[in-house]
Design a protein around this ligand. Structure first.
Ligand code: HEC
Length: 152
């Protein structure tokens, strides 16, 4: 009994000193919305590279242009402390992000650089698109491998 009471008190202290539960932090849905726009454009390019739809120069140029603009969005307020998968439901953001914030943000910059190289050539034909698309895909994957949970 004594032990139970002690354990209960310890648990209460632990709960109080934990970071606030951030399930309802709007930043989670907002950053996921950003990634949905990434894939909206990136997916169209991927469909062409993989031959699921015919190459269309206008669509490729527009999707690359859109991806360029959405990838410039400042990340400053999209990753508040306490919104990792250890604190909040409905997010696949791994807690390691906040332990390695510089590396995480560098991976975001790597993606921005690859998108910057894609943007001017995406409309120049499938042969021009293929390698730069592959480079962008590599930067998405590099971050997901380290910082995104497989599933929430
Ligand atoms: C610097 C790291 C990083 C880069 C670069 C990155 N992602 Fe992500 N992505 C994440 C993280 C972390 C999540 C999980 C976010 C969450 O659930 O809060 C995510 C989630 C997503 C999701 C799921 C969104 C949803 O509906 O919940 C998609 C789709 C996605 N990313 C696509 C992409 C594409 C396409 C690229 C490349 C153009 C990309 N990401 C580049 C880190 C990154």
């Amino acid at each position: 009994m004594k032990f139970r009471a002690f354990f209960g008190a310890a648990l209460l202290v632990a709960t109080v000193s934990m970071p606030a539960i951030a399930d309802d932090d709007p930043a989670i849905g907002q950053r996921q919305g950003q990634f949905k726009l990434f894939v909206h454009n990136f997916g169209a390019l991927g469909s062409m590279v993989q031959g699921r739809i015919d190459y269309d120069a206008d669509l490729a140029a527009t999707a690359a242009q859109n991806l360029y603009h959405v990838s410039r969005h400042d990340q400053g307020r999209l990753w508040p402390e306490g919104t990792g998968s250890n604190n909040a439901d409905g997010t696949r953001a791994r807690p390691e992000i906040w332990e390695n914030l510089d590396d995480f943000m560098q991976k975001f910059v790597d993606m921005q650089d690859a998108v910057e190289a894609l943007q001017p050539v995406a409309g120049d034909g499938l042969d021009a698109l293929r390698p730069v698309f592959g480079a962008v895909a590599g930067t998405c994957q590099a971050c997901h491998e380290t910082y995104r949970e497989e599933s929430s």
